[in-house]
Design a protein around this ligand. Structure first.
Ligand SMILES: *Cc1c(COP(=O)(O)O)cnc(C)c1O
Length: 290
């Protein structure tokens, strides 16, 4: 599967700081953002070890589900999406798209999903990828995100965090002088710090990083009017679309941390635009100006 190399866009009108955005949302129109990077080594291993199918987990609006479905179609791998919750009357746009790419959807009640009760649901020779691509191979894949970029000049590297797998990749590539900050989009995921460490190779266990829990806006996929209006003005000013689940919260956080001087005035920030724009399709029409 082919992706385009991401480019870096410098934000305008943001005071003394300099903010560059790595446009991972532009690497591919379907498997955009961080998801392809996280999937690459899992899929490679599944093929090498001759698994006959792939299965993974996600909710009804999961970018990871669509990305997996598409990647598997490209690689001609049979794939299953294990979806949290009972089958709805009408499928979300995300799930319809995944189905179009040939993913077979299996709906699990929230209790069975939480317990990962999947025995007997899948053929025996199925390679199972954790929800959101969480895991050591996912982090190793995410570590390739910054490998081709000149990152020396940055003082801060920042990204939005769901499972923290992308952050675990960044920790492996960032240089010692750089501050690594993840913005948590889930509410109360206090254990994320440990879950990130869990998937890091041991030589990185002592590398400092920070997860900021102040910008979840009520929790996963929750939003406020303020967040939506930020997305619109950010787009009008920078011509960069964001999604309300992840990247809007990241850019809001960056702007707020700068305004409140928690990020110092002469900082040079590199922010990862991790994609996920399809998530906005669940918003009522007219909510966004882009
Ligand atoms: C999945 C996703 C993330 C979260 O990545 P993790 O590696 O799970 O922390 C961030 N941004 C977007 C747009 C995503 O789709």
């Amino acid at each position: 599967m082919q992706i385009t190399e991401p480019f870096i866009q410098t934000l305008t009108n943001i005071g003394f700081c300099s903010i560059d955005v790595l446009r991972l949302d532009k690497v591919h129109n379907i498997v955009s953002g961080n998801k392809w990077y996280k999937l690459q080594y899992y899929l490679q291993q599944a093929i090498q070890q001759q698994y006959s199918a792939i299965a993974t987990f996600g909710g009804a609006f999961s970018n990871h589900i669509v990305a997996t479905a598409f990647a598997c179609q490209q690689l001609q791998l049979k794939c299953y999406g294990i979806i949290r919750g009972e089958k709805p009357q009408t499928l979300s746009h995300t799930l319809m798209q995944a189905q179009e790419y040939g993913m077979e959807l299996i709906f699990l009640s929230r209790t069975d999903y939480a317990a990962k009760n999947i025995f007997n649901l899948l053929p025996t020779n199925t390679y199972v990828i954790d929800e959101g691509g969480y895991g050591k191979l996912g982090a190793l894949g995410a570590a390739t995100i910054l490998q081709k970029n000149e990152i020396e000049k940055y003082s801060h590297i920042m990204c939005a965090c769901g499972t923290g797998t992308t952050l675990a990749g960044i920790i492996q590539t960032a240089l010692p002088h750089q501050k690594i900050i993840g913005i948590a989009v889930l509410k109360g995921y206090e254990n994320m710090n440990n879950d990130v460490k869990e998937i890091l190779p041991s030589q990185f266990w002592h590398k400092p990083f920070e997860i900021n829990h102040q910008y979840h806006f009520g929790g996963y996929a929750k939003k406020t009017k303020e967040l939506i209006s930020f997305m619109n003005s950010f787009y009008m000013q920078q011509k960069i679309p964001t999604d309300f689940v992840y990247t809007a919260k990241l850019f809001y956080a960056i702007s707020d941390l700068i305004n409140t001087h928690q990020i110092e005035a002469n900082a040079r920030v590199l922010a990862l635009h991790s994609g996920g724009l399809q998530g906005n399709l669940s918003l009522p029409k007219g909510t966004l100006v882009f």
